[in-house]
Ligand binder design. Structure first.
Ligand SMILES: [Zn+2]
Length: 469
């Protein structure tokens, strides 16, 4: 192919440009007055805006002189069902066991199919509008087909799965035997192999904790391997999991999972707060990824700053990415706010300002998330050949001025409110801060109506402490 000349600009679909393009490429280049050219779903060039304008004749331009362009963020643990439509109903002073079993599980079991679909869309719109283009689901509660349908419409990139478990405690609404659980996993991996050109697809997703028998653990890993996808589950946010594994198997969770052959590079474990030195070594040796949900740790009192080993994980080469979890444990889904906490928590906990520099936190929110989701060849940075998942911040806002150090600004000053435009797979899905793929007004109204209905049907009391009249 001949190199393009000044007189023959190539057609492209989109030119996204800004005062800064934060590429997150191997050299971590930040390009002043830079641009990204997109054709179809793919990035075809990254460089100076002037140069790309000479090389390309875009059908559309996005961004401008007061905009910062970044890769789409990757949220690697979020409950898109069960939580978004009951956000904030659970009081913030309930102990862990009461929180999970007396509040969350009953609320999860009330949603119907239409409510789960709307719940997933509300979560996706909140993520897209705050700069997250890809997420790993914590596990659909009951109606995966409707959730997939709703997510495909929003334009977000996702790996999803209806969670299974086969040990008590289990609310009756999703009770299942080991054979049923395994059959269910296999069936959903087949049915949701790929939607929207691979944008939405199923993973092998377990609840985790102490809810799985050994045959279910082994089968979930084997199914993930057979389908070339990942396996995701919760583990050890609180002392309950190590205590439960020791009581049942005489081993701590990571030791037992390693013996079962579950720990591996295609595994994403969420929380992982209560681990010992041996478990840290097992995770490092396995290549498994860990998802840090700092907001949940803060709100549900996991003790992450006291006993969490996230600095040691990073030092040992474990891939750590970031999640926002459920909307009653972490009431927002703006990954930028969670990234801020990742950068700050251990600076204070270890009285060491060198813990989690802003650059490391941003890597975790982009490249780290892509690695957790086994998508590091496709997303996480702005490079030729990768999928066109981009976020454009409008920096004509007080928290962005003056703009002197763009990475510091992204992590420490900005949040999702400055997101102006979002592109996923080359398609503009957020424009001037609004999601273009769904009817937002209708979504707000549906979410309110459904949230009031779900909480009423749950029979759980309204525990708001201030008199409301
Ligand atoms: Zn979770």
């Amino acid at each position: 192919m001949n190199p393009p000349t000044e007189t023959s600009p190539q057609p492209c679909d989109l030119l996204v440009h800004g005062s800064h393009v934060v590429t997150m490429n191997a050299g971590r280049d930040v390009i002043r007055h830079g641009a990204v050219a997109v054709r179809g779903t793919e990035i075809v060039a990254v460089g100076k805006t002037d140069e790309l304008r000479r090389r390309f004749a875009p059908a559309r331009e996005v961004g401008g002189g007061h905009h910062v362009v970044t890769p789409g963020l990757v949220n690697t643990h979020i409950h898109v069902t069960g939580e978004p439509l009951t956000r904030g109903y659970v009081p913030d002073d309930t102990p862990f066991v009461e929180n999970v079993f007396e509040w969350l599980c009953p609320l999860y079991s009330v949603y119907d199919a239409a409510e789960e679909r709307t719940s997933a869309q509300l979560a996706a719109v909140e993520m897209l509008r705050s700069g997250t283009t890809t997420f790993l689901e914590a596990g659909t509660i009951r109606f995966l087909d409707e959730v997939v349908d709703g997510l495909v419409q929003t334009g977000i990139r996702a790996r999803v799965g209806q969670w299974v478990w086969d040990l008590p405690p289990e609310p009756g609404v999703y009770r299942q035997t080991t054979d049923q659980a395994i059959a269910h996993l296999a069936e959903q991996l087949d049915r949701h192999r790929s939607h929207a050109g691979g944008r939405v697809a199923a993973w092998s997703i377990l609840v985790g904790h102490t809810t799985c028998s050994d045959p279910l653990w082994r089968a979930a890993k084997a199914l993930a391997d057979q389908h070339g996808v990942g396996l995701s589950f919760h583990m050890s946010p609180a002392q309950l999991d190590p205590d439960g594994f020791i009581a049942e198997f005489g081993q701590r969770p990571m030791v037992h999972l390693a013996e079962l052959g579950v720990l591996d590079r295609n595994v994403a474990m969420t929380h992982v707060v209560r681990i010992d030195e041996q478990e840290l070594g097992l995770i490092a040796a396995s290549g498994a990824s860990v998802v840090h949900c700092p907001t949940t740790a803060l709100k549900v009192s996991y003790g992450v700053t006291q006993v969490g080993r996230f600095p040691e994980m990073v030092q040992r080469g474990i891939n750590v990415s970031i999640g926002t979890d459920g909307n009653n444990a972490s009431n927002y889904s703006d990954l930028m706010r969670a990234t801020y906490l990742v950068a700050g928590l251990f600076k204070d906990a270890r009285t060491d300002p060198q813990m989690f520099p802003a650059e490391t936190a941003l890597e975790m929110a982009t490249l780290g998330g892509a690695r957790t989701m086994l998508l590091d060849q496709q997303i996480g940075s702005l490079e030729v050949g990768k999928r066109a998942d981009l976020v454009v911040h409008d920096t004509d806002r007080p928290e962005w001025r003056p703009l002197l150090n763009v990475v510091n600004q992204l992590v420490w000053s900005a949040d999702g409110r400055s997101v102006d435009t979002v592109v996923v797979d080359g398609a503009v899905v957020v424009e001037h801060g609004h999601c273009t793929t769904v009817d937002e007004e209708r979504l707000w109204a549906d979410a309110q109506r459904m949230g009031e209905s779900i909480t009423a049907r749950s029979g759980l009391p309204d525990r708001a402490k201030f008199p409301t009249w």
